[in-house]
Design a binder for this molecule. Sequence first.
Ligand SMILES: [Zn+2]
Length: 369
Amino acid sequence: MDEIVERLSAIAILHYERRSHQTHVPTQEEVLCIQEIATQVFRPPTSDASSQPEPPLLLAPSAAFREFEELVWGLNRNMDVYEKHDLLDKAMDEIPIQELHEKAEQLSAQSHKNHSSLAFEDALAEPLVQWFKHTYMRWINSFPCPICSGPTTVIGATPPTPEERVGRANRVELHKCQTPNCGGLHRFPRYNDPAMLMKTREGRCGEWANLFTLFLRAVGLRARYIWNREDHVWNEYFSPTEQRWVHIDSCEAARDKPTLYERGWGKKMSYIFAFSVEGALDVSRGYTLNWPAMEERRNWVPIDELQRVMQSITSTRRASLSSNQRAHLEAEDRVENARLQRGPDWTPSPEQGRQSGSTEWTHRRGEAG
Ligand SMILES: [Zn+2]
C-alpha cells in the first residue's frame, strides 16, 4: 500500500504543479498534505463504506488561474457593449465624420504619390486617432482643488456613490488639496460606461481605450480591445487591405507601432491579450522583438491552460455564426498565428518615450524609455 500511496502522491504533485503555477515547486507542507490526501483516497473499503463512491482526487485551481480566468471572461463580456446601436449612434454624433473622411482621402492620395499606398480604412484610422487625442479627450494627471484651485494629490480610493455606479464606476480616486487647512477634495470616478465617457471626455488609458473601441466600431472598423498585464490598454483595428490587425493607441495617437512599448517606453511586458466580438487571442508575441525574454516573464498561468480558456472564449463567441463565417475567421486566425510566430514587423527608427501622462507619473511607472 505504501508504494501505491507514494505513486499516487507523485502523480498528485505533478498535477498540482501544472494546475497551480508553471514554476511552482510544492513546499514540504504541501507535499505532506498531498500524501495525506493520497493515503485517504487509497483507504481500503470497509464493509459499510463499500457502497460509497471514492472521493475524487481533484485539486482546486490555483488563485492565479482563477484570477486569470475571471479577468479574461470579464474583458470578453465587455465587448458586447460596443455593438449596441444606441451607443454607436451617440458616438457618431460626437465624431466629425465628414472632416475625417476628407482627411483620409487626402492622406490616401498623398500615400499613393509616395508609393506607401495607404488604404482608405488605414487612412481613416489615422485622423480618427489624432482627433481623439488632440481635440476630443482630456488626459487626467491631477485636478485643481475645487475650493482654492491649488494643486491636489491622490490620497487613495473610495467606493462609488449610487450616482457614480450608474456610469459603471467601480472605484473612485480621491484627490486632496495640498494647501494647509483647505481640506478641498475632488472625487474622480473611474467610469466604464462609454455613454458616460462621452460626457466626461476625460481619464487615463482605461477610459481612452474603452471609448476608442466604440469610436473605431462607429466609423465601421472591426476593433479589438488590447489588455496588457503591465498596466496598459490600447486597441487594434482590422485593415481589410493589408488583411491584418493593426496596432493603434489613442493615448499616444500612435498607429501601427507595435514596438512602441518595448523599445520606446522600455516596458518589460509579459501578457498581451486581444478581445473582439469574434473571440480572444494571446497576441503577446506580436509586441516583442525579444520573445525569449518575454517568455521568461510569463509565469502567471500554464500556457496550455491559457490557450484552452482563450479558445473556449473564441468558440463561444463564434457559436452563432454560419459555418462559412467561421471558416473565414479560422483562415484569418491561421494567417495571424503565423504572423505572431514571426513577431512584429520592425525597421530601425528612433522610437518615442511615453507622450501621455506627466513626466513625473511616467518616470514613476518606468515608462520614460
Ligand atoms: Zn484647496
